[in-house]
Structures are given as structure tokens and as C-alpha cells.
Design a protein around this ligand. Structure first.
Ligand SMILES: [Zn+2]
Length: 171
């Protein structure tokens, strides 16, 4: 799936769905959503998926979350966006997880391949000297993405209508 969609739209949708339970302000989720794409800014450096795709990207917001008690909401949203980015890339070609201390790519791949007669599970993981697939040539937003976005939007509107109906029936 394309990077804009998997890295931004899906994590934003997850946080918005649970924003009430997590006590996150939806405005903060939207404002901070650029953190979900921030790691890909390292594409201007070589190797890609190293400088901003390593463990420090999760450790720093986690430490800030612990140390700065008044900004816990902000740092947990940032942590979620960065961690989801790294996790998604780990399963999509791999990342330089311990850069600059350890100069190798950690990757994982879990797939179900359907051929004419069989279903073939693929499980592959390990350490490599290069990224398996860098997502080049994929569209920013594919037509498959549009359909998922449409379904999520329909679902969100339904939830809003149901909540409104519930509130009016209570009064
Ligand atoms: Zn990335």
C-alpha cells in the first residue's frame, strides 16, 4: 500500500476512533499527524530508512512522555505515529533499526499467497545489508486506498449520527 495512506491515514483513523477512550483531543491528533510521515524525510540522505528510522525515534518520545508529565497526551500521540511508521516499514522492506550503532537492516515479512490451487503462507525475517523493497513506483494514493477511506468515512458518519440519536433520545 502507498506510503501516505498507510503511514498517515490509517494511524490517524485508529487514534480518532479511540480518541474518546484515550482522552486525546482530535485536533491534536490531526495537528501532530505529520509525525507519521516525518521519518521519510531521511530519503534525502543515504542510506534511506536509517537516520530517522531507528530506535531513537521511539526512545526519545517515550522518555519525554515519562519526564514531561504535563505534555503526556502530546508525546503519546507522537510516540504512536513514529512507532507505527517504523513498524510498518519493518514489515515492508525493513529499517536500519539500530543506526548509527549497527549498520544493518532488520526486516520481517508475513504474507498469505494465493495461487491457483494452494494458499501459501510466507514468513520471513532477519537482518540484511540492504532494504528489500523501498516502495518506489507506488502511487501516493491508490484506488484501493480511496475505497478504504470511503468505507471509513461512511462508518464515521454513521457513528456520529448514532451518537446524536442516542443523545436526543436521552433528553
Ligand atoms: Zn518510512
Amino acid at each position: 500500500m502507498s506510503s501516505l495512506f498507510t503511514h498517515v491515514f490509517i494511524p490517524v483513523a485508529i487514534l480518532l476512533i479511540f480518541s474518546k477512550e484515550l482522552k486525546f483531543d482530535p485536533r491534536n491528533i490531526l495537528i501532530l499527524s505529520f509525525f507519521a510521515l516525518l521519518p521519510d524525510a531521511d530519503a534525502i540522505f543515504l542510506p534511506h530508512r536509517a537516520m530517522l528510522h531507528n530506535i531513537l525515534m521511539i526512545v526519545i518520545p517515550f522518555l519525554l512522555f515519562i519526564l514531561v508529565k504535563s505534555k503526556r497526551e502530546i508525546f503519546s500521540i507522537i510516540f504512536f505515529f513514529l512507532a507505527s511508521h517504523l513498524l510498518l516499514d519493518l514489515f515492508d522492506g525493513g529499517i536500519f533499526l539500530f543506526y548509527p550503532f549497527y549498520d544493518s537492516v532488520f526486516f520481517a515479512r508475513v504474507e498469505l499467497l494465493f495461487t491457483m490451487e494452494t494458499i501459501k503462507p510466507v514468513l520471513d525475517y532477519g537482518i540484511s545489508d540492504q532494504i528489500m523493497n523501498n516502495g518506489r513506483g507506488e502511487p501516493m494514493i491508490s484506488s484501493e486506498n480511496i475505497v478504504v477511506a470511503f468505507l471509513l468515512m461512511v462508518f464515521s458518519v454513521l457513528v456520529i449520527i448514532l451518537r446524536k440519536m442516542k443523545r436526543t433520545s436521552q433528553t
